[in-house]
Design a protein around this ligand. Sequence first.
Ligand code: PLP
Length: 338
Amino acid sequence: MIARHVRKLEAYVPGEQPRARNVVKLNTNENPYPPSPSCAAVLKSFDLDRLRRYPDPVFSDLRATLAKLNGTSPENVFVGNGSDEVLSIAAKTFVEDDEAIASLDPSYSLYKTLAAIRDVKWVGVPNLKAAPKAALFLLTNPNAPTGEFREPEEVAAFAKKFRGVVIVDEAYADFARANCMALAAAKANRNVLVMRTFSKSYSLAGLRVGYCVGPKPLIDAMYKVKDSYNVDAVAQAVALAAVKDQKWMRGNVAKVVRTRASFAMELEKRGWNVIPSESNFVFARPPAPAKAADVFAHLRSQNVFVRYFPGPKTGDRLRITIGTDGQMKKLLTALKKS
Ligand SMILES: Cc1ncc(COP(=O)(O)O)c(C=O)c1O
């Protein structure tokens, strides 16, 4: 009854969402600051009658605004129910049954699961030096969970030699010094999609909106595959309000970036090894003899949630989301108690 590949599938494990409110939650790279007040205004005045009808299937207003923001045309923009949905649609659109999906390793662990759901091979590579044989390369930049940033030139050179579609997953790009959007919008581009999300810099993880920009033939193909009404009416309206308030988003990003610098310095003072991050999290190794798994468990016992990824490539570090200065202070205090 259940497909063979699903029976043996190891499901993706999302970060814990504790129900208690009085915890310090630094485990899923959410934004500690609220979304733009114009999002609240849209919600308050939202006409319930609009919910009687199906939403705009091609999210025309949101698409036009996103196109303008990114210097491209609406026909080059695709919107999904979170960027996770964009990824899942891409896996259905660009990959044949006997082809592979590739990504950096370590990277966003959902990619491997997506390949397993699609019942195709996943190939992990340590860097972008060689182009692996695959139909789709999911390239997180800045990378997760490491926070490392690759220059757009390196990404462009890789895309040129890769034979399939490259999705540059820029979930964290607003926290970085540069991004690859120009690559997606370039006229000569035939195989690069640049993907963004509203979940991080726009503080809207609960809304579920993500999008990608790229060549029309690829975007058109994704429209063929998507569910008819994949982005609900409320999400379209609230996301639109958020994009229009760039100043608010930029202000929140600046605060997170400032806290990132001071927190990384504090950890280093305490003997931690911190990979330079261009993201809204740091990937850090506690000083010996402390073990990351034990520090994770200790912090959790103190109601401080961070993320621990077991395994040979990631198991010696913790991924810590950058919260408010107050939250980072609480984490540092909890560390002292170990
Ligand atoms: C690299 C990366 N891509 C995509 C996502 C998913 O984002 P969304 O909330 O838009 O589905 C995440 C979420 O943590 C992420 O880390």
